[in-house]
Design a binder for this molecule. Structure first.
Ligand code: ATP
Ligand code: MG
Ligand code: FE
Length: 346
């Protein structure tokens, strides 16, 4: 199979082409700059940008992969979760391609795509592993087996903000703009991560072991900035950003590693946009190395939204013999991923 993956759930328009677990090529466009003035993604602007970018980005992916459109044997597209207007555009584009080529269409779960991204770099997942998904909309610890066949077990989630959302909100209040993750990281370089001791929520014994909460951290950063400003002093942005990053990273790594050990497993996979964070990557590497845990994190370009990851989960579905979704598949903006639900949406 030569599988085309289409991603449009947020502000990235992505097309990727995967065959038998191998990434042949991809194209990626982002409307992030158009949302910068608003401090977050504006759904209507994102949808229009997907429409503008769809055909040129598909062309880029085909050229990058060195394949013709007619070589595509299957199409997979994010059908949820995501911004409804945005998902619709990519899904419609995917339907058009599938219909015109008369090839099967698979609607796939965006988060299963994030997890599958890692297989493009590190090969098939082991029989069982812990997956930490840290993205703009999700912060979840999952116990997974075969991504296509086995039920995904949800161990914990965030009670309020997602990790990426916390980066975006703190970036906004520090005046660093959108998207917040890269902006905070740049600002934090050279900062002292111990300058401020921001709260690490729910880390104590007796707290829900795999549950996150980031809204208190965001509030603590806001209070700190207010207090400094009220005193008429300059906000030490680098120190605040580094201390905030460190607080997020401590909680994420502690809870994810705890899940691996509690389950007696030996592999931790970290995926999603926040997995691009250098401080998180380094902290997880050190912690896993000292405990003998195998750590898998995709390269940065496969952490944030992209079409390759959707092609990757599509390729796994095709090779496992899954029934296609069909051209009538609706967008499912609030699709869930747990229990017996498979990555394939219908
Ligand atoms: P979801 O996958 O939950 O639907 P999404 O698709 O919007 O949400 P992703 O594209 O996976 O999310 O990730 C985007 C998020 O990752 C943003 O919140 C962004 O700030 C964050 N992010 C990107 N790069 C970094 C980084 N270097 N450090 C920290 N966070 C980052
Ligand atoms: Mg994005
Ligand atoms: Fe995402």
């Amino acid at each position: 199979p030569v599988v085309l993956g289409v991603e449009s759930s947020c502000d990235e328009t992505g097309f990727g082409i995967v065959s038998e677990g191998v990434l042949l090529g991809q194209g990626l466009a982002s409307s992030a700059a158009q949302h910068a003035d608003f401090g977050g993604v504006v759904p209507e602007i994102a949808a229009r940008a997907h429409l503008d970018a769809a055909v040129p980005t598909l062309r880029l992916a085909l050229a990058d992969a060195g394949v013709e459109l007619g070589d595509i044997t299957h199409v997979a597209a994010t059908s949820g979760p995501g911004l409804a207007t945005a998902v619709h555009v990519g899904l419609a584009a995917a339907k058009s391609v599938a219909w015109s080529l008369d090839v099967p269409l698979y609607g796939v779960h965006h988060l299963a795509g994030h997890a599958a991204a890692d297989t493009l770099e590190h090969g098939p997942l082991p029989e069982r592993s812990i997956v930490l998904i840290v993205s703009g909309g999700h912060t979840s610890i999952l116990a997974v087996g075969d991504l296509v066949r086995d039920p995904i077990e949800h161990l914990g989630d965030t009670l309020d903000d997602a990790a990426g959302e916390a980066f975006d909100k703190v970036s906004r209040l520090l005046g660093l703009g959108y998207p917040g993750g890269p902006a905070i990281s740049r600002a934090a370089a050279g900062g002292d991560p111990t300058a401020f001791s921001f709260p690490r929520a729910m880390l104590r014994q007796g707290d829900a072991p795999y549950t996150f909460s980031f809204s208190g951290l965001k509030t603590a950063v806001a209070r700190t900035v207010e207090t400094i400003e009220r005193a008429g002093e300059a906000v030490p942005v680098a120190d605040v950003a580094a201390s905030f990053e460190q607080a997020v990273v401590d909680v994420l790594v502690t809870k994810a590693v705890r899940a691996v050990r509690d389950r007696g497993l030996d592999t931790l996979v970290i995926v999603g946009g926040v997995a691009a964070n250098a401080r998180l990557r380094e902290a997880a590497r050190q912690r896993c190395e000292s405990l003998g845990i195998t750590l898998r994190i995709p390269p940065i370009r496969l952490c944030t939204d992209n079409g390759a990851m959707i092609a990757a989960i599509g390729d796994l579905l095709v090779r496992s013999g899954a029934e296609p979704s069909g051209l009538g598949i609706p967008a499912d903006p609030s699709a869930v991923l747990h229990g017996a639900q498979l990555p394939l949406l219908r």
